[in-house]
Design a protein around this ligand. Structure first.
Ligand code: FAD
Length: 285
């Protein structure tokens, strides 16, 4: 058989629907004649194995997602698709399936919620991971009691939505060299958060284009002219009525190839003053 014939035989093989498994891999007892092959293992057992943990919670979340609002929808306006992702996430949150505090008590529950949510709507799962993992997890881990008291509860209910401002246009994987600054002003006990140039704009920031009230802004932190490296600060970017806060500029990044329920944005800060307490100071008081 020459190369072309071999190629043709391979291609024909792709169209063959009743391909027999090779004899060497087939146990003598196997029956491939139809339904009995399907029932030759316990599907429930396989599901238990694949799902690994938090089985009851996963089953309950799947039941919740039988609700009409989780039925797949297509050809939506961008704004509608994003709002739908948030609305679905809110249903999951209000039913108690996700909590930032799970990172302390049962971290696998957070990941189980992500896995199940992504079956239905990957945009919703992305918004979930930014709210609970990137934003919430950072506030939990890098923040202290004052930040937790203010935000952990409304985070869980999505009353306060957050985003995570690490990446800059000029600094992705090399985020440690980022150019956003936070200068401490001892007179007013405030930090001045500033985007000094275009490369320092926060870029791709999930949840920022439409839904976020808060951003954990990572910046080079300066006191008395000394650079103390990258630190995270809690910066309010939208008021409760969703108007953008003074000094903050947000640009919607618009349509993407997929996951258009995720609102990605670019952010600029023009000498935005935040109180000293905005510094996430678990390790840097
Ligand atoms: C849909 C989406 C949502 C996002 N959401 C957020 C968010 O919420 N918050 C946030 O802060 N960021 C967010 N990001 C940004 C994301 O974290 C960055 O895209 C990522 O960190 C990579 O940075 P970059 O795009 O600048 O790529 P670059 O760092 O420029 O990398 C480009 C390519 O070069 C390679 N590369 C870079 N450096 C090296 C090296 N030293 N050695 C070898 N290879 C290298 C990379 O692997 C990659 O293939 C989001 C991005 C997307 C696409």
């Amino acid at each position: 058989m020459d190369a072309q014939q071999r190629r043709l035989a391979t291609l024909l093989g792709h169209f063959e629907t009743r391909k027999q498994p090779s004899a060497s891999r087939v146990p003598a007892s196997a029956n491939y004649s139809g339904a009995s092959a399907v029932s030759s293992f316990d599907a429930e057992e396989l599901r238990e194995l694949l799902e690994h943990d938090n089985h009851e919670m996963r089953a309950a979340l799947k039941r919740l997602m039988l609700d009409d609002s989780f039925v797949p929808r297509y050809d939506m306006e961008l704004r509608e698709e994003r709002d739908l992702a948030l609305e679905r996430l809110k249903k999951i949150c209000l039913a108690g399936f996700a909590s930032v505090r799970d990172f302390r008590t049962n971290p696998l529950r957070v990941f189980a919620a992500h896995e199940v949510a992504a079956f239905c709507d990957p945009s919703m799962a992305t918004k979930m991971t930014v709210q609970f993992n990137l934003f919430g997890g950072t506030v939990l881990k890098l923040g202290t009691a004052k930040h937790h008291d203010m935000l952990l509860k409304p985070m869980d209910t999505l009353e306060q939505v957050g985003c995570f401002g690490l990446t800059e246009l000029g600094y992705g994987n090399n985020a440690v060299e980022m150019a956003t600054t936070a200068h401490y002003d001892p007179q007013t006990q405030e930090f001045v958060v500033h985007t000094p140039n275009t490369l320092a704009s926060k870029y791709w920031i999930t949840n920022s284009a439409v839904h976020a009230h808060w951003c954990v802004v990572f910046a080079q932190l300066y006191t008395k002219g000394v650079n103390h490296g990258v630190h995270g600060l809690l910066v309010r970017i939208r008021n409760d009525d969703m108007t953008v806060c003074p000094g903050v500029r947000i640009e919607d990044m618009g349509h993407k190839m997929g996951c258009n329920g995720v609102d990605n944005g670019k952010l600029w800060f023009d000498h935005v003053r935040v109180p000293r307490a905005a510094l996430l100071d678990a390790w840097s008081q």
